[in-house]
Design a protein. Structure first.
Length: 321
């Protein structure tokens, strides 16, 4: 067998980035709604993906074993798999983001993300509005993020590319249920794209199995050894700067009800080449958001700009509700 279910091949890429000085910490927070205090936990993407972090942390904090979400994206026919592996971008050529602020940053310390909780009533309104527009809730939330980042952080009249992670559990299985089972697709965008067009771009990339191609590429690259992985990661990370990623983790907890007056928030690591990182969780009947901006695009005002950007995102999300 070319690939072993016992080896976390994707984790090797995060190991390489850490060796190159790029942090891979997934931030997870348990929020006490009565006090507003957050108990932050840190997980390494070398060992976990976002879904794995959620399941592991909940189980470690007294929740029963969590049923893992299963991907709807079944493995394509072999000839389609070859095509998507040879071309992970499809007809969309990746674009390098033109940030209003972009500077080298030596500080690699872990940043705490800004977070927000929207109520069950607000979530119901978001779901209803998304359905009325003929798009998924995630497509709507992602599009709202796109609008805010495009107008607040990116130079005007610029095109850019997002990364949209996907859960591959089900058709893709590793022996470590918490390990990396994720892939994703790249989405080209701009400040003027409308909701329907943005949603269609996301669906097109998934329909064309670009996430499967990226998954296979990631596995194949590790077969040449750690030194080659480090070199490939270094070349890819300096070639262009993407806008960032929109990480939707689905509904949690998946087994047993949520504890009263407690919600959880999560945020992807981010990096100089993916400066905007996020995390969205359906927590019980509510929905939680996290956002983190890499220091390289904030010009020394990271806490304020993070909070302001999150506030603008939430305003955009609730504007149509």
């Amino acid at each position: 067998m070319l690939f072993s279910s016992d080896i976390d091949y994707l984790g090797k890429w995060f190991k390489a980035r850490v060796e190159l000085g790029v942090d891979d910490t997934i931030m997870l927070g348990k929020v006490n709604l009565n006090s507003g205090l957050v108990d932050w936990m840190q997980y390494s993407h070398r060992e976990f993906d976002g879904v794995g972090v959620m399941a592991h942390a909940l189980e470690a904090n007294g929740y029963p074993q969590q049923e893992m979400p299963i991907s709807r994206h079944q493995r394509p026919a072999w000839y389609k798999l070859i095509g998507s592996t040879l071309n992970i971008f499809g007809s969309q050529r990746p674009l390098s983001t033109q940030w209003k602020v972009k500077e080298p940053v030596a500080d690699n310390s872990v940043m705490y993300p800004a977070w927000r909780v929207l109520s069950a009533k607000e979530k119901a309104g978001i779901d209803r509005y998304s359905k009325e527009q003929g798009v998924s809730t995630n497509a709507y939330l992602f599009w709202c993020l796109n609008k805010v980042v495009a107008t607040s952080l990116i130079k005007s009249n610029s095109d850019f590319t997002w990364f949209y992670p996907t859960n591959m559990r089900g058709p893709f299985i590793k022996s470590n249920r918490y390990g990396n089972h994720s892939s994703g697709v790249y989405i080209n965008s701009d400040s003027d794209i409308d909701l329907t067009a943005f949603s269609e771009r996301c669906k097109d990339q998934l329909r064309e199995n670009r996430h499967w191609g990226l998954l296979i590429q990631g596995h194949l690259g590790t077969l040449f050894g750690d030194r080659v992985v480090r070199r490939l990661y270094s070349q890819a990370s300096t070639k262009r700067v993407y806008a960032g990623s929109y990480s939707a983790l689905g509904k949690w907890p998946r087994s047993a009800a949520a504890i009263e007056n407690e919600v959880w928030v999560i945020c992807a690591p981010g990096s100089p080449s993916y400066p905007v990182s996020t995390g969205v969780i359906e927590w019980g009947e509510s929905v939680t958001f996290c956002l983190k901006l890499h220091p390289s695009i904030v010009g020394g005002h990271k806490a304020d700009l993070q909070r302001d950007t999150l506030d603008l995102w939430m305003e955009e999300v609730l504007a149509g509700v």
